[in-house]
Design a protein around this ligand. Structure first.
Ligand code: BGC
Length: 483
């Protein structure tokens, strides 16, 4: 069912696992600032932070052991920009940060595990936030310099790169809702600007890789896009059908159309934002959702594969213009609402309904809409809240069912090249702190040594991998074979 060379992985992100927030000359990131800000209770569950978290900065070898116990072929990790470049620029390189990631990458390669490396997973150096952060157009050049630095340092061994993880989440939660760092709440304006600059930054980094590194490093570069699968609540309602289309345009389409389809935002998004701007008397056309300049590196084609983070599904209904009362906001532009089907079980958090079939549907949609690209499922997981159950039978079923759907998608002709479970370890789940556990390994955060214990779902995942992973003599490490 799974092609040879299929990537069996698990994923993590620097701020969520590393700790060592100010160790060895690391600079602060916006998540350090966000969590440390005093007097604003309620930003993060129980005022928790990632200062120590799983302490992977000191305990990396324990993580490596977990990777090996699962039998992963691939490990997806992110680099802390502020650990490598404390002020965000290549003017100040932190050799201890470089050494740390060299150790991690070398260990993985020595164990025959291919790293997939994310350059940016939500943790902007605070020094760059102080210069305007992702709202500033300068971020494209700053990110490009950082990306080139990483390609230069690590690209001889890293063949799969993700530039930016979930620009949607950074833009929406970080700059519209303010529930993620940097905690900006400028509805209907900032998120579009941030998304735009993230796309520009991604495009520059991809072009740099393409022109300066690809011929000698032979890797592949993309950006990781999150999306729910959506369906109209009432399939017979024209309003709900177009609401569902809009919903997808405002999440996956926002970033996928420019890169994989047309070089520009999806028409359903552009027309909704412009129409709502006109209705609310907000500036001129283009005043909120920026346009792409022809003087900049082109967006179209700047991904060597499609990287998808899938967690859940939604039924979507139209708000029939009723969202206009929300003033200038993404909600009012979208004018649609996602709801849960009561038949879908929840896993812990309110947003996460268990719908494995949605992944197959979404993969089919990507195949049809974006010309059948090679796809990596770069995140997918099941959360546990409350009493810890090492014997997590529901999560076992979840992984089993979801991986079956991936196999079905492959049968459908989708070119799925890998699957990464979120996450290797229980970790700092952003605004939910440590209250939500996504790991294949349980981490005891009350003990100094942060002991890791495999959940039953880890054992089950390991069995699935053992059944499908290529033998030790299989030809490895050739990214072009994976596309
Ligand atoms: C993010 C992860 C996060 C996971 C579960 C994704 O949005 O990339 O960092 O932990 O979802 O919420």
């Amino acid at each position: 069912m799974f092609p040879s060379g299929f990537a069996w992985g698990a994923a993590t992100a620097a701020y969520q696992i590393e700790g060592g927030w100010d160790s060895d000359d690391k600079g602060p990131s916006i998540w350090d600032t966000f969590c440390h800000r005093e007097g604003e209770e309620g930003r993060v569950f129980a005022a928790q932070n990632g200062d120590v978290s799983c302490n992977s900065y000191e305990l990396w070898r324990k993580d490596l052991q977990c990777v090996q116990e699962l039998g992963l072929t691939h490990y997806r990790m992110s680099l802390s920009w502020a650990r490598l470049l404390p002020d965000g620029t290549t003017g100040t390189v932190n050799p201890k940060g470089v050494r740390y990631y060299n150790t991690v990458i070398n260990d993985l390669v020595a164990c025959n595990v291919s790293p997939m490396v994310t350059l940016y997973h939500f943790d902007l150096p605070q020094a760059l936030q102080d210069r305007g952060g992702w709202k500033s157009p300068d971020m494209a050049t700053l990110f490009d310099s950082y990306a080139r630095f990483c390609f230069e340092e690590f690209g001889d061994r890293v063949k799969l790169w993700i530039t930016i993880n979930e620009p949607y989440v950074c833009a929406k939660l970080g700059h519209e809702d303010g529930s993620h760092a940097p905690g900006v709440k400028q509805p209907g304006v900032a998120a579009y600007l941030v998304g735009h600059n993230m796309l520009r930054a991604h495009a520059r980094a991809w072009h740099s890789y393409d022109s300066l590194f690809r011929s000698k490093q032979n890797g592949a570069v993309s950006l990781a896009l999150n999306s729910d699968w959506v369906e109209p609540l009432d399939p017979a309602s024209a309003g709900d059908i177009s609401a569902a289309e809009r919903f997808l345009a405002f999440t996956l389409g926002w970033f996928a159309w420019p890169v994989f389809a047309t070089g520009d935002y999806p028409p359903a998004m552009r027309s909704a934002v412009d129409a709502q701007s006109a209705r609310l008397g907000y500036g001129g056309v283009d005043s909120r959702l920026p346009g792409f300049s022809e003087d900049e590196p082109a967006l179209l084609g700047t991904a060597d594969f499609f990287a998808l983070n899938y967690y859940t599904s939604r039924k979507v209904r139209s708000r029939g213009g009723g969202a206009g009362g929300d003033g200038v906001s993404m909600k009012s532009d979208l004018d649609a609402e996602g709801v849960l089907d009561p038949s879908w079980p929840l896993c812990g958090v309110s947003w996460l309904a268990v719908v494995p079939r949605g992944l197959r549907n979404l993969l089919g949609y990507i195949k049809e809409t974006f010309n059948n690209p090679a796809v990596y499922v770069t995140e997918n997981g099941f959360s546990q809240v409350g009493a810890v159950e090492i014997d997590d039978v529901q999560r076992c079923r979840f992984y089993h069912d979801t991986i079956m759907e991936v196999a079905e998608a492959i049968e459908d002709g989708v070119r799925v090249r890998g699957y990464f479970a979120w996450s290797l370890l229980d970790n700092f789940e952003w605004a939910d702190g440590f209250s939500v556990r996504f790991g294949l390994f349980h981490v005891d955060f009350s003990e100094d040594g942060r002991p890791r214990t495999m959940y039953r779902s880890g054992r089950e995942y390991a069995k699935i991998i053992a059944k499908h992973r290529p033998g030790p003599n299989a030809d490895k490490g050739k990214a072009e074979k994976l596309l």
